[in-house]
Write a protein that binds this ligand. Structure first.
Ligand code: ADE
Length: 232
């Protein structure tokens, strides 16, 4: 998958240089290019924002650097009608979910536009395919949301993680993952459940299913309802 990011803070994206995403890049499963929107400005101070028409507080991100950034990427790749998805991160977008992560992981090419200030000029939306919010709260910009979406989608690209790891994910199965324990068997008086030390794989599987269901019911009863609705 090819991922292009348009941002005014390219230096924020260091989390994409470590761990699983780093390995995915090394394996050639993902390529990530980061573009500074200021490189697509034509004014002396590389200003990317301006006052809002109609007055009021706050600045608006100008359309030109964003349109030109997208054009530059298309030009560079000699893209004409290839499949490509342009995503704008914004608190008023569709709420991000595991289902959306799965869909995005199947795309060939994603371009992320990271908004800032009071938002981007509305005309940018004419070239955007999808607006995504990562939650009902307002962050200082779209960079952290872009990283959240990229991380969630990239780990689902075939070959990035073992298949079984993904199949057992919370949200993929409709219930949360079960509780996990590792050595030592007793730590500060806290014991690992006996069944996990028993070597009885049938019993372990049964215990895990029960635990997963119970904790989903306690922590997120809405998810259980959702699965029931989908099945009925
Ligand atoms: N930009 C600011 N807040 C955001 C959010 N919650 N999701 C996506 N982009 C944002």
């Amino acid at each position: 998958m090819l991922i292009d990011i348009l941002t005014i803070f390219p230096e924020i994206f260091t989390p994409l240089e470590v761990s699983i995403i780093k390995r995915a890049k090394e394996k050639g499963l993902v390529k990530i290019n980061i573009y500074n929107l200021r490189d697509f400005t034509h004014n002396k101070h590389k200003k990317v924002d301006d006052f809002a028409y109609g007055g009021g507080r706050g600045m608006v991100m100008k359309p030109e650097p964003i349109f030109e950034g997208i054009e530059y990427i298309k030009e560079k790749l000699k893209i004409k009608n290839e499949k490509l998805k342009i995503i704008l991160l914004t608190p008023i977008g569709t709420l991000f979910s595991q289902k959306m992560a799965k869909e995005l992981s199947q795309e060939k090419h994603l371009i992320f536009i990271c908004g800032h200030y009071e938002g981007v000029d509305e005309r940018v939306k004419t070239i955007v395919d999808q607006e995504i919010s990562i939650g009902d709260y307002v962050l200082t910009g779209g960079e952290l949301p872009a990283m959240v979406v990229i991380d969630a989608a990239c780990r689902l690209i075939p070959g990035v993680l073992p298949k079984e790891a993904i199949e057992e994910d919370s949200f993929s199965t409709g219930v949360f993952d079960w509780p996990h324990y590792t050595r030592p068997p007793i730590y500060q008086g806290l014991k690992v459940p006996e069944v996990l030390l028993s070597g009885n794989h049938r019993e372990i599987a049964k215990w895990r299913r029960k635990q997963a269901k119970e904790r989903t019911r306690t922590l997120r009863p809405d998810l259980i309802k959702e699965v029931k609705n989908e099945c009925s």
